[in-house]
Design a protein around this ligand. Structure first.
Ligand code: SAM
Length: 256
């Protein structure tokens, strides 16, 4: 009877892998991985020689299609038997549809399936930019979803927008194509924030300590000209603290 364990590498090569994830990677009968960079792929092969890359077909028009192919490959391995471990980068359950899809499919078919948490880009952002999501609250959205569903958010809380280089793009990144989406995003955000509000284009260091994180402070109005990559995340700081509801403080007995 096959089983499935899905683990994350974290963002930083080597240093972010938990001991539990490493143990599952090493003892798996078959290791599958969806990690973007070749160094991590090579390293996984040294931990487990059965390591095989999951299909990543950039010829199709939609990312969704290649995600379906990943789930199919994972399930094929699970059905063949043994302990299967699938590795994604960062936290395997954060912006990783195929990881959740494979866990759900494996459970539907009666296999034991488990996801272990990992260190996500957002976790690195809290540490590198120095913000605490517990202070004022923190909202996190995929950038296209944020725009097309007109997500309600509070400009007095932290705002994190993922995949800002892929706004409006159902397929794969093409250099230069991000300008249009960034222009729309800047316009929409300027309905709630002043144009000179300082925002941050953030990229956590993958090869620390060789590389440093990118923490690029820019005024919101210049977002369309900003250099972003597929691994950029946008951080928008709160415009200020939210006002306190005195009546609520009385109701909660906090007035004394
Ligand atoms: N599973 C990943 C995680 O746990 O962070 C997220 C994968 S998601 C498909 C890709 C998005 O994650 C990027 O567009 C970016 O917003 C964010 N991201 C990935 N790597 C990053 C990095 N090194 N620094 C900042 N953000 C990153």
């Amino acid at each position: 009877q096959g089983s499935l364990t899905i683990v994350g590498t974290g963002i930083q090569l080597g240093g972010h892998l938990t001991l539990a994830a490493q143990a599952w990677i090493k003892q798996a009968d078959k290791l599958l991985f969806a990690v973007a960079d070749p160094v991590t792929a090579k390293w996984l092969q040294t931990l487990n020689p059965t390591a095989e890359a999951l299909p990543y077909n950039t010829d199709c028009d939609r990312r969704r299609q290649t995600y379906g192919e990943m789930v199919d490959r994972i399930m094929e391995a699970v059905r063949a038997g043994g302990n299967i471990c699938a590795v994604f980068y960062g936290h395997p359950g954060v912006f990783a549809d195929p990881a959740h899809g494979a866990i759900a499919q494996a459970r539907r078919e009666g296999y034991s399936a488990l996801m272990l948490p990992g260190i996500s880009a957002e976790d690195c952002l809290f540490a590198d930019i120095g913000i605490d999501p517990g202070k004022g609250g923190c909202q996190s959205f995929e950038a296209t979803d944020f725009l097309i569903r007109q997500r309600k958010f509070d400009p007095n809380s932290h705002l994190i927008l993922w995949q800002v280089a892929l706004i409006g793009n159902r397929g794969f990144y093409q250099e230069g194509s991000e300008k249009r989406g960034l222009k729309v995003l800047a316009e929409v955000l300027q309905q709630d924030y002043p144009g000179d509000h300082q925002v941050v284009i953030y990229e956590a260091a993958v090869y620390y300590p060789v590389c440093q994180p990118v923490i690029n402070h820019i005024p919101l109005h210049s977002l369309p000209q900003a250099k972003v990559t597929t691994v950029s995340t946008l951080y928008v700081p709160p415009i200020g603290p939210a006002p306190v509801d005195q009546e609520m403080m009385v109701r909660l007995g906090m007035d004394k």
